[in-house]
Ligand binder design. Structure first.
Ligand code: UDP
Length: 315
């Protein structure tokens, strides 16, 4: 039973991580400034006796007192429209914020866990992506505020490991979805499900032939905690290898929502990766982890949540 600091604990993924940590008996200090996170995400755990919320911007301060066993640094805008709208906040939280989170871990002799991303592979020339691939990133394109910031965060983490002997973990998270993905988040799964639910056109960017591999949040969180508990210092991909084009995703969404929305085609964002799919051999072998929830099942569960939100007048 550990005391774990989770930066970005009010976000989509962070709130699920906090919940899973509490469920297994850990004590959680959630740090969030709710820039892209939501207080509503915490409503099921906010009153928990082993849960504390610290409202702070980790780029500026990380005011956590008392002993800490692990620091999980999840804070960062993660949706392309949001990190493009918040370029400096994204750069700061991944550089200054990562540094602060590393220093907190170091001061406590704690384990440090970095949420990195499949975006560090950029528009990948190696497919599926293995951890040994260095990536194909435009260093000054619009997406670089996220891609390069996360690459820098990996560099900083490994520098603390090498020079300070800090115990570190790095996960590369591939597209994750599920309940609490905000309707206005801007990512493809929330956009398509909400559009289908409202009978609005489904917006496909480009010709929709680009691919992504989508992991349901419960599978992802189980992997994150397995990595946290492991002794694996090298980066580990965690994602579902099932790969779909955006047109295929749109059709599955129409099918499970029983919607008659039509498909409309819009401009492809600059440097949008053509394809993406994790090679999860490392997670398989070292963590004994693999995802169990397929896309249709995960989308059904997520859609149920959006319907519940709508019934509560929150959508
Ligand atoms: N996308 C789309 N329609 C949308 C939102 C996104 O076709 O309404 C595409 C986007 O261009 C990308 C893919 O879906 O190719 C995944 O986008 P998302 O923003 O979810 O995540 P990314 O993997 O790009 O970070």
């Amino acid at each position: 039973m550990a005391r774990v600091v989770v930066t970005g604990g009010g976000g989509f993924l962070g709130s699920h991580v906090c919940e899973a940590l509490l469920a297994r008996g850990d004590t959680v200090v959630c740090v969030d400034n709710f820039l892209t996170g939501r207080r509503d995400n915490l409503e099921v755990i906010e009153e928990h006796e082993r849960f504390t919320l610290v409202v702070a911007d980790v780029s500026a301060e990380l005011p956590v007192d008392g002993a800490v066993d692990a620091v999980m640094h999840l804070a960062c805008p993660a949706s392309p429209p949001e990190y493009l709208r918040l370029p400096f906040e994204t750069l700061d939280v991944s550089s200054l914020g990562t540094r602060r989170a590393l220093d907190l871990a170091r001061a406590n002799g704690a384990r440090f866990f970095l949420a990195s991303t499949s975006e560090i592979y950029g528009d990948p020339l190696v497919h599926p992506q293995v951890e040994s691939y260095w990536g194909n990133v435009n260093p000054n394109g619009p997406r670089s505020v996220y891609d390069e910031a996360k690459r820098f965060a990996e560099t900083l983490t490994m520098a603390y490991h090498r020079y300070h002997g800090l115990d570190t973990r790095i996960v590369r998270i591939f597209n994750t979805y599920g309940p609490r993905l905000r309707p206005s988040d801007g990512r493809v799964v929330s956009n398509f499900l909400v559009q289908a639910m409202r009978g609005e056109p489904i917006t496909i960017y480009g010709d929709g032939s680009q691919t992504r591999a989508f992991c349901y949040v419960d599978d992802e969180v189980r992997g994150l905690l397995a990595l946290l508990d492991s002794d694996v210092v090298d980066p580990v991909n965690l994602g579902n290898p099932g790969e779909f084009t955006m047109v295929e995703l749109a059709k599955i969404v129409l099918e499970i929502t029983d919607s008659s929305s039509r498909l409309v085609y819009e401009a492809l964002p600059t440097d949008d990766p053509t394809r993406r799919r994790p090679d999860i051999t490392r997670a398989n072998e070292l963590l004994r982890w693999s995802p169990t929830i397929d896309l249709r099942e995960g989308l059904r569960r997520t859609y149920d949540w959006y319907q519940q939100e709508a019934a509560r007048g929150r959508l």
